[in-house]
Design a protein around this ligand. Structure first.
Ligand code: 6U4
Ligand code: NA
Ligand code: NA
Length: 158
């Protein structure tokens, strides 16, 4: 049996830039990524997405401004837990990103995304995100650096 754990992942957009954070600890340490984490039992996925963004970057976003753009599932060979990641983007938010215990935030030009220092799946699906597509993807990893196989499908709606 597969145990699914639900996570959020939020990308802020401004002008021709995207906000990424360099993770300072824990899962994905030293990688650039969006902001997010585990959905807790007492909250909705949207509430978790806004809470994690706030905790990790100090930025406030209204849940109504979060657009669900993708659903990603990650499995790791030999591990029965599936990471079920709900991806959101927002271009309306309040406050300036600040460094926190978990992340160092930085705006990146869309043509200068640091894929070499990101999860290896990111260069596969970021182009879809950046062209405004909605999509579902599943990635099967061996360890944390090798994608054994994957499948992505574009969706009409989320
Ligand atoms: P703690 O430290 O226990 O509070 P928490 O902040 O709840 O953790 P965290 O940071 O471990 O959760 O969540 C993992 C984050 O990494 C989520 O935003 C999902 C994201 N993520 C996981 N695998 C990913 C992958 N292969 N590609 C990607 N993002 C991934 O782009
Ligand atoms: Na996190
Ligand atoms: Na967190």
């Amino acid at each position: 049996t597969i145990l699914k754990k639900v996570y959020t992942l939020v990308f802020l957009r401004k002008d021709n830039k995207i906000l990424l954070g360099l993770k300072k600890r824990g899962f994905g340490v030293n990688k650039w990524n969006g902001f997010g984490g585990k959905v807790e039992p007492n909250e909705t996925i949207l509430e978790a997405a806004a809470r994690e963004l706030k905790e990790e970057s100090c930025v406030d976003v209204k849940t109504s401004e979060l657009q669900n753009i993708a659903h990603l599932e990650f499995t790791f060979e030999g591990d029965p837990t599936m990471m079920d990641v709900r991806v959101f983007s927002a271009n309306v938010f309040q406050g300036e990103p600040k460094e926190t215990e978990e992340m160092i935030p930085k705006w990146f030009e869309l043509n200068a995304i640091p894929y070499n220092d990101m999860w290896p799946d990111d260069n596969i699906w970021f182009p879809l995100m950046l062209s405004g597509k909605l999509f579902y993807g599943i990635f099967n990893f061996k360890g944390f650096n090798t994608i054994l196989n994957y499948n992505i499908q574009e969706l009409e709606s989320m």
